[in-house]
Design a protein around this ligand. Sequence first.
Ligand SMILES: O=P(O)(O)O[C@H]1O[C@H](CO)[C@@H](O)[C@H]1O
Length: 335
Amino acid sequence: MTTVKVVISSAPSGPCSPRLPSVPCAQESFVFDEMKGTKATIEEYDWLGDLSYEDCKATADWLLAQTDMRPTVGIVCGSGLGGLADLLKDQVAFNYKDIPNFPQSTVHGHAGRLVFGTMKGKPCVCMQGRFHLYEGYPIQRITLPMRIFKLLGVQTVVITNAAGGLNQDFKVGDIMIIKDHINLPGFAGNNPLVGPNDERFGVRFPCMSDAYDRDLQQLAMEVGQELGYGDFLKEGVYCVLGGPSFETIAECRMLHMLGVDAVGMSTVHEVIVARHCGMRVFALSLITNLAVMDYDSEEKANHEEVLQTGKQRAEQMERLVSSVVNRIEPNNNYI
Ligand SMILES: O=P(O)(O)O[C@H]1O[C@H](CO)[C@@H](O)[C@H]1O
């Protein structure tokens, strides 16, 4: 959709949808796409959910007008890892609710602020809280911040998450450098690039065999060893599921057989969109709990444990991320 006009044809009565808070509800509200000459109900438009290049540009320009900071690194904080944003110096922060076109964070442990600032002298922008499929947003909307990052001038994205460990050698508190992913919802067509492709962002069929930058993985391993994190620094394959229910025992066994090392409900969609528009990606999973694979086990996955482990490992995660960011070289030729 390029140009849309919202037409309200009867008296307004409260917000129509949490995703279009500024659009009042009316019995015959519809969205008119002036380019295509098509009409859709608010619900249909909501479901389509994608924003045009111009919409993204408007959001990026709005942000650039509020701050002199020109970030080259974008950071996404996973569940319970929002403290990463607090490392930024000379902060300029925006609540998501004040940023045009931005969704709202709804999950405990995701504050809902976009924070600009410097990390070890490097200009950064940090999402203190991300969006997940299970919050009900269209997949294109949860990945919107990646396109905003790109339009702000970000070259490298550092993504963190909390994940359940499937690799039998992993322990709670391990930090896994993500070397590859499995996009399980993508097997059923749930990919953030579904829909018309705008070449200004990237190509129709982006390659994903180099999704996770190998030089940055290597750098993180070196930095981790220098920091003395060798015992709990691992690498592996992350698999995204839709959530919000945690996995059954049979599902965990299946994922383990498929070669998955850690499972979660985020990251992969962001990575796909970031790579589509040519940003370099580095990603870390904090293993906050171990997936239950045994019918005799009394263990039960829960979000409180996820947040608790985040708190316990926050300091090391923060030191690892800031040390990697410190040593990221600008890479202007990167696609
Ligand atoms: O991936 P992040 O946002 O770190 O959060 C992880 O933790 C939550 C479950 O506790 C899920 O949202 C899962 O994806």
